[in-house]
Design a protein around this ligand. Structure first.
Ligand code: NDP
Length: 468
């Protein structure tokens, strides 16, 4: 079955819904359903009723349905990518819309194909104990607007695989992408196993306090994560909180700046900087500082930004006005402090859309807000350091720790530095790459709970010991 873009949009939009505009052009993309709390409650009730039958299926049955769902995503990949590009703003090409849709299928397949075996803990003449992982019930999923389809799959795939049913609450900024993805998944999944409810500003709080939601998965800001911890307390919900951060990269002496510039650039500017585990502050040894600044500037100047549907572009607009304003203000404050703008820093205010140029800022003080606050956009501060101890101290100074990276010619030496950094993942000579079988999660105020692989499957399950 093939789906066209217009059919897909027709299936998920509501003429009386809330208008969603293309952040690149201001054009109407479509009207998203705008549901109240009663619709959410009804969806939770239906999803709860569907859970026993879903968990009663064998693991193999759930696996094969999820594999079929991955095929369905691939079958609709172009309309999904077009919608994602129009609504989120990200280009079709580069590590963007087509990449995101492809990653949804890849993640679904890998997660579906991973078994969580019963673990024998002890089996001797005196004792026997085994550890099993049972479904929790209904899982709630609140996703962000930066990678709306991929992060929905990250939340939904393990939960379904383990026998839970799921209610998804998309970001108000990108509801259509998530509605479309769920629509495609539901061409394969049994009724009410997976629901999505888009709507007004009360849904998130209701989902996180609802007595029939056993576990909540959230990706977004630390302040909303903290609100979720509070509102989930009465029902003692399990939580996975992926709260972003302010990832540091440390460039060691001895690197070849030209050789690492592309990887460094994309580590910071993937999705136009709107990525939880993107490189957000770069510490460069004084010996290679000028070379790295120069090589990065060359890459930034050669990387096309523009409307996502134009095949040549690989950087897009900021997704929304609030995020544009955050980035613009942080860069202004950096300029006011006397920092050097190597490239960018002056948006074209007459162009439509929330475009902010790729911006590199050097000679910046480590206490500048562009360094200490999460910019979540295309502006990278580059700070000079002289000793590795100093760089590690600066990297660890903030109260967040999702990712980090170390760049150097000697991998073993780089790993030694990496082990000193307070972050959930530290990459060597790259930044931000994730894999469906490698656990991912943060420390400090970047949240808790692991996603992906075996650890991710266990995180959406209730461990049960059978003893005796
Ligand atoms: P938030 O991170 O604040 O999250 C908004 C979502 O959380 C909405 O779906 C909202 O639902 C829900 N929500 C709000 N309050 C509660 C609550 N008490 N309980 C449960 N859910 C709740 O998103 P923003 O778009 O406002 O982004 C703010 C900042 O977060 C950005 O500037 C960026 O720095 C960061 N961010 C980080 C991301 C990451 O990947 N880690 C992704 C996106 C943003 P409702 O509307 O129903 O209240």
């Amino acid at each position: 079955m093939t789906t066209t873009y217009n059919e897909l949009l027709g299936d998920i939009t509501d003429p009386n819904g809330r208008a969603i505009f293309d952040p690149a052009t201001g054009e109407l993309v479509g009207k998203a359903p705008f549901c109240g709390v009663e619709k959410l409650d009804a969806a939770i009730a239906r999803t709860k009723a569907a859970q026993p039958a879903w968990s009663a299926r064998s693991a193999d049955e759930r696996k094969s349905l999820l594999l079929e769902a991955a095929d369905a995503i691939e079958g609709a990949s172009e309309p999904l990518a077009e919608l994602l590009s129009r609504e989120q703003g990200k280009p079709l090409n580069g590590p963007n819309a087509r990449f995101e849709v492809g990653s949804c299928a890849k993640w679904l397949r890998a997660t579906a194909s991973t078994d969580v075996p019963v673990q024998t803990l002890i089996d001797d003449e005196e004792d026997y104990a085994e550890l099993r992982y049972r479904p929790l019930g209904v899982v709630g999923a609140i996703g962000p607007w930066n990678w709306p389809m991929m992060i929905t799959v990250w939340q939904v795939a393990p939960a379904l695989r383990m026998g839970n049913t799921v209610v998804v609450k998309p970001s108000e900024h990108t509801p259509l992408s998530v509605l479309a993805l769920v629509k495609i998944l539901n061409t394969v999944l049994p009724e009410d196993v997976l629901s999505v409810v888009a709507g007004d500003g009360d849904l998130g709080a209701r989902l996180s306090s609802h007595p029939d939601i056993a576990k909540l998965m959230f990706t977004g800001s630390t302040s909303t994560g903290q609100a979720i911890i509070r509102s989930s307390a009465d029902t003692v919900k399990r939580l996975t909180l992926e709260l972003g951060g302010n990832d540091a990269g440390i460039v060691l002496p001895g690197v070849d700046p030209k050789a690492i510039a592309q990887e460094l650039f994309w580590g910071a500017f993937i999705n136009t900087g709107q990525t939880c585990a993107a490189l957000k502050r770069l510490y460069v040894h004084t010996d290679v500082y000028d070379g790295v600044c120069e090589a990065l500037t060359e890459v930034a100047n050669a990387t096309p930004m523009g409307r996502g549907l134009d095949e040549k572009n690989v950087l897009g607009p900021l997704q929304n006005k609030a995020q544009y304003d955050i980035v613009a203000e942080l860069v202004e404050r950096a300029k006011d402090s006397g920092a050097t703008i190597l490239t960018g820093g002056t948006p074209d205010t007459y162009a439509p859309g929330y475009f902010y140029p790729a911006t590199l800022v050097s000679d910046i003080d480590n206490n500048n807000p562009l360094v200490t606050e999460e910019q979540f956009g295309p502006a990278l501060p580059i700070v000079r350091y002289t000793t590795v101890d100093e760089a590690v101290e600066l990297a660890n100074a903030l109260d967040v720790g999702l990712g980090a990276s170390v760049w150097g010619p000697d991998r073993e030496a780089a790993r030694t530095v990496a082990a000193r950094i307070q972050a959930g993942t530290v990459w060597i000579n790259s930044h931000g790459g994730v894999h469906p079988m490698i656990p991912f999660g943060g420390v400090k105020k970047s949240g808790y709970g692991l996603e992906f692989g075996m650890e991710g499957l266990k995180a959406v399950s209730a461990p049960q010991v059978i003893n005796g």
